[in-house]
Design a protein around this ligand. Sequence first.
Ligand code: PMP
Length: 279
Amino acid sequence: MPELAYLNGVIRPINETYVPIEDRGYQFGDAVYEFVASYNGKFFCMKEHLDRLEKSMEGLSFPKVDRNFIQNAIAELFEKAGMARAGLYIQISRGVAPRDHAWAKDIKLQIIMTIKKVDELDSKIRKQGIDIITVQDERWSNCDIKTVQILFNAMAKQKAKDQGAFDAIFISKDGIVREGTSSNFFIVKDGVIITHPLTKNILPGITRMVVMDLARNLGIKAEEKFLSKTDLFSAEEAFLTGTITEILGIKTIDGVPIGKGKPGEITQKLYRALREKAE
Ligand code: PMP
């Protein structure tokens, strides 16, 4: 089953696909993206991902792309790849032009996509939970727009790995717990799941939204509230959510065990419900 790339209408193997050097995504981070996963040959929450993609494009004043056009391109790529459990990466840049901070009015969007197999996370990690560290959030102030400017996220993830942890969560300068490097963050307190409200400081995660719905259906209360770093250490459970992360229980934060030091009951219940919904 081939890993394929789509570049402005042409589908080819990934390693035979090249983006022009003056793509603004490459030189200015002037691009938005989405990552969508399929389960058993069907994409999960595709509509929600495309809604967010359009919002991100609006956020950078990109011209609109016809939704049907994108959907057809995705369908063609997905069919050609023939993967049941695939990860689809879509990136739309403002276009290709001689390097200049401002852009010409007639610049044309450049659409790329790749499709690859999703490797399931080691079940041992999922069962035992992960160690995470906290990092001060030094990202720009429009984290609700899913741009490819994620260098600080990459550096925080690397810092976590270098310290033997699995991931990092961002804490604002005034001590508010924001989100993970590529995930949203929740705690469980008094049986209630709590996460950061939707502001410009976090990405409106699709999994975050699904998890809040699932919780309510399971009779678990879900709240959006600003959490401080000290709230973390009195939590019964904590977990990350994301398209690839799904729901991942946290064992320790900065070396301090959370709850019983392993994924808690609510985390596990929500994970099972998410897999059931996606599959
Ligand atoms: N926050 C950030 C910074 C992310 O990169 C991601 C992954 N796209 C998420 C949250 C989770 O979003 P989703 O559930 O839509 O994958």
